[in-house]
Design a protein around this ligand. Structure first.
Ligand code: ADP
Ligand code: MG
Length: 454
């Protein structure tokens, strides 16, 4: 059997195991490129398809390949050569949302500016404003007008996928363009900052690191909840902060929660941020979700029927990241198939919204929660009823039930042999609280983001 025949047999096999829309969406332009020393090299038309197939279908593909050829040990996935893909589309005269595909292909080519570390994709003009983010957006535009003055420091907080990175990078890009590099901007994820400080200390290059951060006019630091207890970095950040602040330089930070809840940040830094301007990004309402969907469609030069847009907006409720992910799935299907019925759309959306829980085990969930709260797993499952342990424990129970569908007795057992009624109580309580308490909702989303991230 040559590669093509072998792959065709695999496809025939997979077609029987998954739904039609999924099969067509994800496998239509797949190919077996090569097979050597037990490794099969499978190509997919774009990055989405690659990631999705790799995460969701790796197992069934491998099983099916093994059936046909025992020597197969693993699969590697690659994105098909981009130019090849585009020329193929052209040959087929395929006009259906072709721009979408080529956009997806060229997306990774968008260069991050090495001077500022900003991604040009995030702009203030592409940030759609609604009642859940208008205050934060207003503060952002105010900073652009008066850099380093009134709104300093600016602290943007909110849950996963609600637009923190987009907004703070948008400020950076706007300043850069408006002041034509006269104002020096630098964006860093807080992890980069921590790594820089750690390697600076080790390599005795601390002066270089200091210079790197103190010579800017606008320092944008993302996700500062990840500073978590790393005291050297925190100390260094505090000094950098002061040095910049005293020289009227602008500081912009983001975090998944307001400064006062950043327990690992020193009090002096907490109060520095509390003393500045705080902007919260809340969960978007239906109107904003629709508006964002329409904007993204316009950007991608694609269109969808109103009832499909409505369906997406009604189902992908959590945040913009989820919304975009679902939209991309639907578009990906549409770009390869002429017909998109409401029913098919619904299937794709439901499928896209399913939590990828397959590869996560209960211990990883417990560890994820413990890490988030910076306690040990032993504390988390201990009999202690200390207040600081009760919330993490309840969240662990909630996630074990909600995401892993573990039985109540099994949850009880995992959490230090507790009674199953404790598990029922905690799950019921949190299921209610999560709808009323934004803070709690954010925490849970942030934890999930870490645990279920592939
Ligand atoms: P966070 O940093 O809070 O986790 P991101 O900034 O990464 O969230 O946003 C997630 C995705 O949603 C990004 O693709 C971003 O461009 C998009 N997004 C977020 N907020 C908006 C908005 N108000 N308008 C348009 N797109 C948005
Ligand atoms: Mg972010």
């Amino acid at each position: 059997m040559n590669h093509q025949e072998l792959w065709q047999s695999v496809l025939n096999d997979i077609e029987l195991q998954i739904s039609k829309p999924n099969f067509v969406t994800w496998f239509k332009n797949s190919r077996l490129l090569d097979k050597q020393e037990g490794t099969a090299l499978v190509s997919l038309p774009n990055n989405f398809a690659k990631e999705w197939v790799e995460n969701k279908y790796n197992k069934i593909i491998l099983a099916s390949l093994r059936n046909l050829d025992e020597t197969t040990k693993k699969i590697e996935f690659v994105v098909e050569n981009q130019s090849e893909m585009i020329s193929k589309l052209k040959k087929r005269g395929d006009s259906l949302n072709k721009k979408f595909l080529s956009d997806q292909l060229s997306f990774s080519e968008l260069k991050i500016d090495p001077d500022t570390n900003l991604n040009p994709r995030y702009t203030l003009s592409s940030f759609v404003v609604g009642s859940s983010n208008d205050f934060a957006y207003g503060a952002a535009t105010a900073v652009v007008k008066e850099v380093g003055k009134k709104y300093n420091p600016l602290f943007i907080h909110g849950g996963v996928g609600l637009g923190k990175t987009h907004l703070i990078q948008g400020i950076g890009n706007e300043i850069k363009n408006l002041y034509e590099n006269k104002i020096k901007v630098r964006y860093v994820p807080s992890e980069t900052f921590v790594n820089d400080v750690v390697s600076g200390v080790k390599g005795r290059r601390m002066e270089d690191i200091k210079e790197k951060y103190r010579l800017v006019d606008v320092l944008i630091i993302d996700d500062i909840q990840f500073f978590g207890g790393k005291s050297t970095s925190e100390e260094e950040f505090f000094h950098t902060f002061n040095a910049l602040y005293e020289n009227n330089k602008q500081i912009i930070a983001s975090s998944d929660r307001p400064p006062r809840f950043l327990s690992t940040l020193s009090e002096r830094l907490q109060s520095r941020f509390e003393g500045g301007t705080l902007g919260e990004l809340k969960s978007p309402d239906y109107e904003l979700r629709v508006a964002v969907l329409k904007t993204k469609l316009q950007d991608k030069n694609c269109s969808l029927p109103d009832n499909v847009i409505d369906l997406i907006a009604n189902k992908a409720l959590k945040n913009f990241r989820e919304l975009e992910g679902v939209l991309n799935r639907v578009l990906s299907y549409q770009s390869q198939n002429a017909e998109l019925s409401l029913k098919t759309a619904e299937e794709i959306i439901n499928e896209a919204l399913q939590q990828p829980t397959k590869n996560v085990n209960p211990n990883q969930v417990i560890k994820g929660v413990a890490d988030y709260f910076e306690i040990t797993t032993n504390d988390l499952i201990s009999p202690s009823r200390k207040k600081s342990l009760v919330e993490p424990r309840q969240i662990a129970i909630y996630l074990l039930r909600d995401s892993l569908k573990l039985s109540y007795p099994a949850i009880g057992e995992k959490l230090g042999n507790r009674d199953h009624t404790t598990a029922i109580y905690s799950f019921t309580k949190l299921s209610k609280d999560i709808n009323k308490n934004q803070e709690l909702n954010h925490k849970i989303l942030a934890i999930k983001d870490v645990i279920f991230k592939n």
